[in-house]
Design a binder for this molecule. Structure first.
Ligand code: BG6
Length: 486
């Protein structure tokens, strides 16, 4: 697949969304509560610590569950993809999408997570979505778990901290993989699996005030997710040997703040802690440095006999990752200013510009990330999230002149192409958002990523009509020329 000219024939261009940020219809078709439904919207101006917005405690859960309405909870109404998917997919087809990444909303299929039987209405919904994609020859790329865990599992087992969840997840995965075995070929088990450590409620369904040691519970939950991912990979190969199974990492590339060896060491540690996830899912075992890391932090991850073998046997076919920005590591981070991200904050890189939300713009970092991942694992890579969150203005003539988004995408795709010419095997690229959806971290609507504009504001007001932005025509041209016309 290496291509000195640029992207390979059959390169999978497309866009990506998550069910909880797009579908809405939180109370339709038998769907149960999900973790995303617990997160309210509130205005926030300091973007250096967004993690606290997604952070959910017992009192927040109780309040959210007592409020059976979508008012004030944007992820409950999304952008109504649930009812408008045909219109949206027609626009994706017009863009020339070869693939479309979406997640299945787990509690639409198993409303409580532990139900004996799946919910037929939920299964039928995704049948219709996949059929619509097939109509246009758009290949679905499906995430099984994208911050949408059934709340009943959260309440019963404290999310992934409970080993019992493995069996429920495997049953859910088996159900959908069997049902859609002729309709879906590419599957991702967990979106940004490293989120479980960074924001344990979002990634692992752990309510922190219910555990004594959050770090211990998070690494235990992560271990359960690794085992579940491997078991699902095993089942997937039995269901359809043609399936391609990927892991998904939020690649957080860390640069040392200076050439001081202490800073370099710190960056190495931060990178190791990020790549730990792909190490397990690609190589099939924990990297050796984790033993000391866990012991230094008083963590004892309980593994059952057979776990190590499961991890070793059922590794992934390809590596997918999200890339938005790069981070900086230093032994004395307080010497530098802090800037935002979504799940994390980092210290400022004086060489990079920042978005309104504090994300540092670093297209070259994507090339570095691609080359490094390929050097380390020699497995095909897939960039399944990349994009710019920005405020868009609708002009009087109705147009949206989002040159800043075109600039961001152009620079990142250019670097991606360089990486391919460097010999990296790259399967595809799905820009994040494709269509404007609710922000994962801030629950805002005004932080927009799409090349398709959705008329809705932060309070859920608007017609929900879809409009093409200037970047729509640009991305269409990029896809039609297989990345030559940038
Ligand atoms: C990724 C998530 O971390 O970043 C997406 O997988 C999310 O769900 C995306 O939407 C962008 O982050 P945000 O907070 O700006 O929506």
């Amino acid at each position: 697949m290496n291509n000195r000219q640029g992207f390979s024939e059959g390169f999978l261009w497309g866009g990506a969304i998550a069910a909880n940020q797009a579908e809405g219809a939180f109370d339709v078709g038998g769907k149960g509560w999900s973790t995303a439904d617990m997160v309210p919207y509130f205005e926030k101006k300091d973007y250096t610590n967004l993690r606290e917005l997604m952070h959910v405690t017992t009192d927040k859960v109780e309040k959210a569950m007592a409020h059976y309405s979508s008012e004030g909870y944007p992820k409950r109404y999304g952008v109504d993809f649930y009812h408008r998917f045909r219109e949206d997919i027609a626009l994706f087809a017009e863009l020339g999408f070869k693939t479309f990444r979406l997640s299945i909303n787990w509690p639409r299929i198993f409303p409580n997570g532990y139900d004996e039987q799946p919910n037929e209405e939920g299964l039928r919904f995704y049948d219709e979505v996949f059929d619509e994609l097939r109509k246009y020859n758009i290949e679905p790329l499906v995430t099984l778990s994208h911050y949408e865990m059934p709340m009943s599992l959260v309440l019963k087992y404290n999310g992934w901290a409970g080993r019992e969840v493995i069996e429920h997840f495997v049953r859910y995965a088996e159900t959908v993989m069997t049902r859609y075995k002729e309709k879906v070929k590419y599957w991702l088990t967990f979106n940004e699996i490293n989120t479980t450590i960074i924001e344990p409620f979002t990634g692992g369904g752990i309510i922190e005030d219910r555990v004594d040691n959050v770090m211990q519970a998070s690494y235990q939950a992560l271990h359960h997710q690794f085992v579940a991912s491997s078991l699902v990979t095993e089942r997937a190969r039995q269901i359809n040997p043609e399936f391609q199974i990927g892991c998904m990492l939020a690649r957080m590339i860390h640069y040392p703040a200076t050439s001081n060896p202490e800073d370099v060491l710190q960056a190495q540690i931060d990178n190791q802690l990020n790549l730990l996830h792909t190490d397990v899912q690609v190589r099939g075992s924990y990297p050796s440095f984790m033993t000391r890391y866990w012991s230094d932090h008083g963590i004892n991850v309980i593994m059952e006999p057979g776990d190590e073998q499961i991890l070793r046997k059922h590794t992934v076919d390809f590596i997918s990752f999200s890339y938005y920005t790069s981070l900086v590591s230093a032994v004395n981070p307080e010497d530098y200013g802090v800037t935002g991200g979504n799940l994390y904050s980092t210290i400022k890189n004086p060489n990079l510009e920042r978005t309104e939300w504090g994300w540092q713009l670093d297209p070259v970092g994507l090339r570095i990330a691609l080359k490094e991942l390929y050097d380390r694992y020699q497995l095909p890579l897939f960039v399944v999230e990349n994009g710019l969150g920005a405020k868009d203005k609708v002009e009087e003539d109705g147009s949206i002149q989002d040159d800043y988004r075109i600039d961001y995408l152009r620079k990142h795709i250019t670097q991606m192409k360089e990486a391919v010419m460097d010999g990296v095997e790259l399967m595809g690229y799905t820009n994040w958002g494709a269509i404007d959806i609710i922000s994962a971290s801030t629950s805002e609507m005004s932080k927009r990523y799409g090349v398709i504009y959705v008329d809705q504001d932060d309070n859920g007001q608007g017609t929900l009509n879809r409009f093409k932005k200037k970047s729509f025509d640009w991305y269409q041209k990029v896809i039609a020329s297989n990345g030559k016309d940038l």
